[in-house]
Design a protein around this ligand. Structure first.
Ligand code: PLP
Length: 405
């Protein structure tokens, strides 16, 4: 049945779920739309249409390379961050495991795209896995990662910025500590949340592989990249026609890739100004909530956080109930991460950070390029209103609605 918008939906809710996905930037849309209309072509075709499509893919590849400080040939386009993470872990293990060993080290706060993949490989007997714990702020200690590294470790994967609580890891220190212990280990970082918000220079980060996704940075859904330093050679996990220099087969998503290229360029161009503004706005929102909503506790690391992410726990207010009331009040928010909606399981990130039952009361407000000060003030007021309503309803504080991104 067709969905008829209610009066409130028609009045445009305040969108504070940019960590789940972001709207297309108008420049991205303008670059992408012709490829859904008059332009088309298979980049592998030698004729005019094919050459045009190839040129669009190549231009986007150059833009992603420039945003990450790598060579264009080091960019492998994928269907998004999840596939990039899978290609990194599975591809490196398959390529280097037989020679170097099959031990993987990941952090306890990784997105499921890394964590579930690593666990699946271990359960299938294809890898040995060490999961490194975090502290109460979600920080991973570089010394603890180095201590987990063994002579047979093939790869370490630690995300740059956490999608649930926004903690930014000291990836350069982690990479240096890992290399000091075993120089052959490849270092991967999931930077999906960081594009357009944090600097992504591969050299400065000291990593060999980096995962990206367009839709977290005002680009389209269903496209991303694994940046893989020349020499890392992750084995293809999707085989066929040999596209992407034999790293990822399948006819390229030309429209998506063209949009991603522009999103990556915009991300770099506006990163500093965006990050400064978002950092201030999120700080203001956090302060307003701490001042006005009883018991609110910000989560994550206040000293190293992803610009624009405000994450907290609201004791006594179950996440799923809060989100439902906020939705009614015209605020789109989420509880944290996970891509399996509907499962009221506690967040593995907040569990690892030691929040226990309180993890079921998480609230994540993700700000973006188009968020205004007025949005922040209205949202703070509505979160207070929602908390009062949930308290009055007296629901027990357990579980959370499996959210998004
Ligand atoms: N890694 C992180 C940190 C994320 O936040 C997400 C978002 O869902 C992903 C990976 C998966 O990316 P995608 O949605 O492009 O598959």
């Amino acid at each position: 049945m067709e969905h008829r918008p209610s009066a409130r939906e028609a009045a445009q809710p305040i969108y504070l779920d940019h960590a789940a996905t972001s709207p297309l930037d108008p420049e991205v849309r303008a670059a992408l739309l012709p490829w859904l209309g008059e332009l088309f072509g298979n980049p592998s075709s030698a004729h005019l249409h094919g050459r045009r499509a190839r040129a669009a893919v190549d231009a986007a590849r150059d833009r992603v390379a420039s945003a990450t400080g790598c060579a264009s040939r080091e960019v492998i386009f994928t269907s998004g961050g999840t596939e990039a993470d899978n290609l990194a872990l599975r591809g490196v293990l398959e390529r280097w495991g037989p020679e170097r060993g099959r031990h993987l080290v990941v952090s306890a706060v990784e997105h499921e795209a890394v964590l579930a993949t690593a666990r699946g490989l271990a359960e299938a007997g294809r890898a040995d896995l060490t999961v490194v714990d975090c502290d109460r702020r979600g920080r991973i200690d570089p010394a603890a990662v180095a201590a987990a590294v063994r002579p047979d470790t093939v790869m370490v994967s630690v995300m740059l910025a956490n999608n649930e609580v926004g903690t930014v890891q000291d990836v350069p220190a982690i990479a240096a500590a890992v290399r000091a212990r075993n120089p052959r280990v490849l270092v991967h970082s999931d930077a999906v949340q960081a594009l357009g918000r944090l600097p992504l220079g591969l050299d400065a980060l000291g990593v060999d592989l980096l995962s990206l996704s367009a839709h977290k940075a005002y680009g389209p859904q269903g496209v991303g990249a694994l940046v893989a330093r020349h020499g890392t050679f992750p084995a293809a996990q999707i085989t066929g026609g040999g596209q992407e220099r034999e790293r990822r087969s399948g006819t390229e998503n030309v429209a998506g890739i063209a949009g991603f290229g522009v999103a990556a360029e915009l991300a770099e161009r506006s990163r500093e100004a965006d990050a400064r503004r978002l950092h201030e706005l999120a700080g203001r929102l956090t302060n307003l909530l701490v001042e006005t909503v009883p018991g609110v506790e910000p989560t994550g690391d206040p000293d190293r956080r992803l610009p624009g992410l405000c994450s907290l726990v609201v004791p006594g207010c179950r996440s799923d109930l809060m989100l439902a009331v906020l939705d009614e009040l015209g605020v789109c928010a989420s509880a944290g991460s996970a891509c399996s909606s509907g499962a009221p399981t506690p967040s593995h990130v907040l569990q690892a950070m030691g929040f226990g039952e309180l993890g079921g009361c998480a609230l994540r407000l993700g700000l973006g390029r188009f968020t205004t000060e007025a949005d922040i003030e209205a949202a703070a007021e509505r979160v207070g209103q929602a908390a009062r309503r949930v308290h009055e309803a007296g629901a027990p504080a357990v579980g959370r609605l499996g959210p998004t991104g």
